[in-house]
Design a protein around this ligand. Structure first.
Ligand SMILES: NC(=O)c1ccc[n+]([C@@H]2O[C@H](COP(=O)([O-])OP(=O)(O)OC[C@H]3O[C@@H](n4cnc5c(N)ncnc54)[C@H](OP(=O)(O)O)[C@@H]3O)[C@@H](O)[C@H]2O)c1
Length: 235
């Protein structure tokens, strides 16, 4: 395993979920220190060595800022953020609830915006007089084209892609890159339970997606900003 992230510190939101854990494992394996922020109390079975901050509702700005302050104090400094927190719903426009559009916006977009805003003062503070920060947002393939029943989810993930572009422009002369990954279907226990007859081998393995995210956090990706990168597996 390359040690590209040796001595780097990262915050991963949604870090107790399926992808968040895989991202934490990959970053640790590349030599980084990792703090996880999530809504639930910290569960057992997290990767060894992570710092876990549970009970954080990211969309509540004061709570989100307080969690970042705690995480950065524990880490000493932060070099990058991976905004994994999010959720999914399948509802038709006709048969679904109007409130689902608000819920998807809150879960997928507001949480990412709040996390970026809370992270920025820490990222821009840099280290040893040098700013070289990274933000990676987790969008979705549906950000580019919504299928039936995917309206509320896709609209919120399209928002994550637009956030990525706007913030990349805002920060491009200030030493922080901002990119997004757009996964199709991730091979998670929840998806296997929901789609038991599917060919799981076609889906995106969480560790493969984590590898793309690790690249985006590394020096190798320093020239890349404002990109939304499809990670489709064979879907
Ligand atoms: N799974 C897929 O096939 C797929 C495909 C494309 C994109 N994605 C995206 O990839 C990301 C990770 O997916 P996953 O399957 O790993 O999901 P997951 O297992 O549900 O993990 C997401 C985590 O984020 C937390 N979270 C959500 N909103 C939050 C908030 N406002 N404040 C704090 N924590 C919050 C969730 O907590 P709760 O459990 O309490 O809600 C959960 O622990 C999500 O952004 C998802 O939309 C997933």
């Amino acid at each position: 395993m390359p040690q590209r992230l040796d001595s780097r510190n990262f915050v991963v939101t949604g870090g107790f979920g399926a992808l968040g854990r895989a991202v934490a494992e990959r970053l640790l394996a590349e030599g980084a220190r990792v703090a996880l922020l999530d809504r639930a109390p910290a569960p057992g079975g997290l990767p060894g060595g992570v710092l876990a901050f549970g009970g954080v509702e990211l969309g509540q700005e004061t709570a989100c800022q307080a969690a970042y302050a705690q995480a950065v104090e524990a880490l000493g400094a932060v070099d990058g953020v991976v905004n994994v927190a999010g959720g999914f719903t399948w509802e038709t426009v006709e048969g679904g609830a109007l409130a689902s559009w608000d819920r998807m916006y809150e879960t997928n977009l507001r949480s990412a915006v709040a996390s970026c805003r809370a992270a920025l003062p820490h990222l821009l503070a840099g280290r040893n007089g040098r700013t070289d920060g990274r933000i990676v947002n987790v969008g979705a393939a549906a950000a580019q084209k919504a299928g039936m029943g995917m309206g509320a989810y896709a609209a919120s993930k399209a928002g994550v892609a637009r956030l990525t572009e706007a913030l990349a422009e805002e920060l491009k002369d200030r030493g922080v890159t901002v990119n997004a990954v757009l996964p199709s279907i991730i091979d998670t226990p929840a998806n296997r339970a929901d789609m038991p007859d599917a060919d799981f081998s076609r889906w995106v393995a969480p560790d493969k997606l984590a590898a793309v995210i690790a690249f985006l956090l590394s020096d190798d990706a320093s020239a890349l900003t404002g990109a939304s990168i499809p990670v489709n597996g064979r879907v």
